[in-house]
Design a protein around this ligand. Structure first.
Ligand code: ATP
Ligand code: MG
Length: 189
């Protein structure tokens, strides 16, 4: 299986590039943010819990996310691979992902780190908030999410370097140009 972790700060373009990767490599997509937003929309218990955290720019507790991830992963049948978008976001999640894959005779093939400067992230997310009305894309919540990214999520860069899975991608440029760089990285695995 081709198991890709797509990584980056909020607004780095994980969702956009994931769609292209899914189409080209015919793999399944797990976006934890999309899963949570669907739960909120459907008014489930999980959705109610998640909304409290998301509106504050905080992460959902690891135990909850790890269970959700395993159940979505196991729902894919005869999968050629998976792109993990928005997961892992903490070291505990990265360890859980590794264990979950090992238990299934799999591993992470590569971690793609989409790097985008902070001022560009702010600009993109504020624009997305205006266009799509995503409740957490307002200036105050974006700032909190970026702080959470730096403190809880960015340490995964060194963690994946230690695993020898790390691949840097320049996330500034045209969507096509960034996608071409991603394909180069994936094809060289
Ligand atoms: P991007 O714009 O690059 O897709 P994002 O940070 O804007 O990234 P999502 O990945 O959609 O957006 O996540 C939205 C929110 O959902 C997060 O701020 C967080 O509260 C929650 N969330 C998503 N994935 C996780 C996770 N793995 N662990 C904990 N909370 C999560
Ligand atoms: Mg997203």
């Amino acid at each position: 299986m081709l198991n890709i972790v797509i990584f980056g700060a909020p607004g780095s373009g994980k969702g956009t590039q994931s769609e292209r990767i899914v189409e080209k490599y015919k793999i399944n997509h797990i976006s934890t943010g999309d899963v949570l937003r669907a739960e909120i929309k459907n008014g489930t218990e999980l959705g109610k819990t998640a909304k409290g955290y998301i509106d504050q720019g905080q992460l959902i507790p690891d135990e909850l996310m790890i269970d959700i991830l395993a159940s979505v992963f196991d729902s894919f049948k005869d999968s050629k691979g998976v792109i993990f978008d928005g997961f892992p976001r903490t070291i505990a999640q990265a360890e859980a992902l590794k264990n979950m894959l090992v238990e299934r005779g799999q591993d992470v093939s590569v971690m793609l780190d989409l790097e985008v400067p902070e001022d560009e992230l702010m600009t993109r997310l504020i624009k997305r908030g205006k266009d799509s009305g995503r409740a957490d894309d307002n200036e105050e919540t974006i700032k909190k999410r970026l702080t959470v990214y730096h403190s809880q999520t960015a340490p995964l860069i060194d963690w994946y370097k230690g695993e020898k899975k790390y691949q840097h991608i320049n996330g500034l440029g045209t969507m096509d140009g960034i996608f071409a760089d991603i394909c180069k990285a994936v094809d060289s695995i």
